[in-house]
Design a protein around this ligand. Structure first.
Ligand SMILES: Nc1ncnc2c1ncn2[C@@H]1O[C@H](COP(=O)(O)OP(=O)(O)O)[C@@H](O)[C@H]1O
Ligand SMILES: [Mg+2]
Length: 210
């Protein structure tokens, strides 16, 4: 495990494709920690800072058209997010729960090698990595089905299945490469079952001497 920023602090990222259940489980994790007496900060990328919010709308407008710039905009957002939100909270001994972080870049910006993206991530974060990353693993069809039920059809990006299968493959590759940090949570089961699997990981972390 990475060296903690401060005693009691914990940095956990939530990863997976849209519709896998990240936001649902992040809320449950926040409740779990609060019930256990911890202070929790919930945040997300992109858009966890003012600059991030502007970038988010810029990305939605311009996004995919300008790939290198898109990567760099995510990095700018990440750098500011770490500086303004994540590090201050960790230094105060809080638990930071972050919806998407470095692994989203590895998965989605898959025109670029892990080598390049690792270097950019390291530069943007100053080397900060999550203590734990929960990767919610679902097949593409399940995620699409859930998103349709969430009735967000108009917001659903029209990314091809081929693109999304590559995203899933990259998430898997990142998880296999870094099994200490990234825990794969099978997320096809019911919300309660997924929460149980997640809480087992969280209890493990607390037991390991948070
Ligand atoms: N395990 C699950 N089984 C069935 N539906 C789920 C499950 N987890 C989440 N959902 C539902 O699927 C939709 C997408 O979940 P959400 O947490 O918003 O995913 P994400 O944040 O990863 O895009 C929501 O409507 C949510 O209620
Ligand atoms: Mg979400």
């Amino acid at each position: 495990m990475e060296k903690r920023v401060a005693h009691n602090s914990l940095f956990i990222s939530f990863e997976g494709i849209d519709g896998c259940g990240k936001s649902t489980q992040l809320l449950k994790a926040a409740r779990f920690f609060r019930d256990n007496g911890f202070e929790v900060v919930e945040t997300k990328e992109p858009g966890g800072t003012m600059i991030g919010k502007h970038l988010r709308s810029l990305l939605l407008e311009e996004g995919a058209k300008i790939q290198r710039s898109e990567v760099l905009m995510f990095m700018l957002d990440r750098s500011e997010h770490v500086r303004q939100v994540i590090m201050p909270a960790l230094k105060q001994g809080k638990i930071v729960l972050c919806d998407r972080f470095i692994d989203s870049t590895l998965a989605y910006q898959h025109d670029y090698s892990f080598e390049i993206l690792d270097a950019l991530n390291e530069f943007a974060t100053g080397g900060l990595k999550p203590d734990l990353t929960l990767y919610f693993d679902v097949p593409l069809e399940v995620a699409l089905h859930r998103r349709r039920q969430r009735s967000e059809t108009d917001k659903i990006e029209s990314r091809s299945n081929f693109y999304m299968e590559t995203v899933l493959a990259r998430y898997l590759k990142a998880s296999i490469r870094d099994p200490q940090r990234i825990k794969i949570i099978p997320a096809q089961q019911s919300i309660d079952q997924v929460t149980k699997a997640m809480e087992a990981q969280l209890r493990g972390l607390i037991a390991s001497g948070l």
